[in-house]
Design a protein around this ligand. Structure first.
Ligand code: UDX
Length: 449
């Protein structure tokens, strides 16, 4: 099929490239001329494992091209994916101006019948509004919804091996087009769920809100675990071994971030309130998320109290490993809070340094490696669970530090190794380990007895 993908941001680039890999003829469209020029020259503006290689493969095979010429791409295409940004609006909802702007341009450019696939995350009910707008065209413009469940860092694998593909359509024709697009994945046996447009839209929001709720739940429980001397990592196993619950997204830490969870929870809250539905549970999810990082920073400051301008090595800035994305990253907030409290923060992240520098400027300093960040530090704060942090030699870290406090904001370090190197280990919802305490080789969970 000939497909235009409007929006060469994260979702548009990954989806467009994967659709080309499924055999479709794909044109990526973006208003940003620099971005399009870079993509045409084979340069990928975002960091996502495997994406650059795949874009090069698909462009070499001439199945993937990029342009700023939206009308031409729309005229050529049978199907137009809309994957433009839907940023949060100041009132807590979604700013859909780019989405409706793109749809208006599609209507103006279309010279024959087409299918518009909404790929951007949109609040339930948006597809219906887009369909009303599209009905003004002289040509039949079918509007369907196909929400994206991919996670940053594993986006290509998630697209090519989905646990489910959700089709939201109001007609059999709309569904048939979606089936044709995804036929290669249907043939491989992946799970297709067909439903109405609003249900598809709400499935996406509901999934993200549920995951965010699990994280806030375990984080709230981690506070109680600390208070009663329990270990939240053991509790997580105790809870997650129940097949009705499962262990995923029950990892305690400094909370969730990223471009999806905070925005989607806020938007769902906003929508429920505007419909006079009281969001008892959701109202607490974001509040607990914010409090978690503030509480964590409070503990760090307590450990370095009494030191004049404490030096903190901040390991990690991205909202999670394998991405350079710092949107709503708890790590960036922690950097800000520590700097405001008078600490000298030296940060290192394998991918997210440039993005952070653009946001935080000179309020913190930036280093080229873990050791430079850590030399002379009173405390190390691990804020992103990059594997490179987990595999550190703690004896070396101890030697270069001035102090002895290691704060594990992701419960990802081998606590026993940290203690055995003569350091204080502080995690989230886990009993602290004093220098020499713990057991060498204890990785993450459970010290018996
Ligand atoms: C999420 C959804 O997983 C994905 O399906 C949707 O399409 C977009 O939103 P993403 O934002 O890429 O994907 O990140 P994800 O891997 O889900 O992590 C979100 C945040 O939760 C991260 O900050 C992560 O560190 C945190 N997290 C995750 C926890 O704190 N504990 C956990 O147990 C899991």
């Amino acid at each position: 099929m000939n497909i235009a993908v409007i929006g060469c941001g994260y979702v548009g680039l990954v989806s467009g490239t994967c659709l080309a890999a499924l055999g479709h003829q794909v044109t990526g469209v973006d208003v940003n001329t620099q971005r399009v020029a870079a993509l045409q020259a084979g340069k990928v503006p975002i960091y996502e494992p495997g994406l650059s290689e795949m874009i090069l493969q698909q462009t070499a095979a001439r199945r993937l091209t990029f342009t700023t010429d939206l009308p031409a791409a729309v005229r050529e295409a049978q199907v137009i994916f809309v994957a433009v940004g839907t940023p949060p609006s100041p009132n807590g909802g979604y700013d859909l101006s780019m989405l409706f702007g793109a749809v208006e341009k599609i209507i103006q450019s279309a010279q024959s019948s087409k299918t518009i696939v909404i790929k951007s995350t949109v609040p339930p009910g948006t597809g219906e509004k887009v369909a009303q707008l599209a009905a003004q065209s002289n040509h039949r413009l079918e509007v369907v919804n196909n929400p994206e469940f991919l996670r940053e860092g594993t986006a290509i694998r998630d697209f090519m091996n989905p646990d489910r593909i959700v089709f939201g359509a109001s007609t059999a024709d709309g569904l048939a087009v979606l089936r044709e697009i995804y036929q290669p994945l249907i043939d491989r046996g992946f799970n297709i769920l067909s439903m109405g447009r609003a249900s598809a839209e709400l499935s996406k929001f509901g999934a993200n809100a549920m995951l965010a709720m699990r994280i806030s739940f375990i984080n709230e429980l981690s506070r109680l675990a600390s208070a009663v001397g329990a270990d939240i990592e053991s509790v997580r196993m105790g809870i997650g071994s129940d097949p009705r619950i499962g262990p995923a997204f029950l990892k305690a830490g400094i909370g969730y971030g990223g471009s999806c969870f905070p925005k989607d929870v806020a938007a769902l809250l906003h929508q429920m309130e505007s419909l006079k539905i009281e969001p008892h549970l959701l109202a607490g999810v974001e509040k607990a998320n914010q409090q978690q990082r503030q509480h964590f920073v409070g503990r760090v400051l307590e450990a370095v109290a009494g030191i004049k301008q404490p030096e903190i090595a901040l390991w990690g800035l991205a909202f999670k490993p394998d991405t350079d994305d710092i949107r709503e990253s708890p790590a960036v907030d922690i950097a800000r809070l520590l700097a405001t409290a008078g600490c000298k923060v030296r940060a290192f992240d394998p991918e997210a340094m440039d993005n952070t520098q653009r946001v935080l400027g000179s309020t913190i300093s930036y280093t080229t490696d873990i050791i430079s960040a850590t030399t002379g530090a009173d405390a190390v704060v691990v804020a992103t669970d990059w594997p490179i942090f987990i595999t550190q030699n703690w004896h070396t870290i101890k030697q270069v530090m001035r102090g002895t406090h290691i704060f594990d904001g992701r419960n990802c370090l081998a606590s026993g190794k940290v203690g055995a190197a003569g350091l204080h280990y502080h995690a989230v919802g886990r009993p602290p380990i004093s220098p020499g305490g713990g057991r060498e080789g204890t990785v993450g969970v459970v010290v018996a007895g």
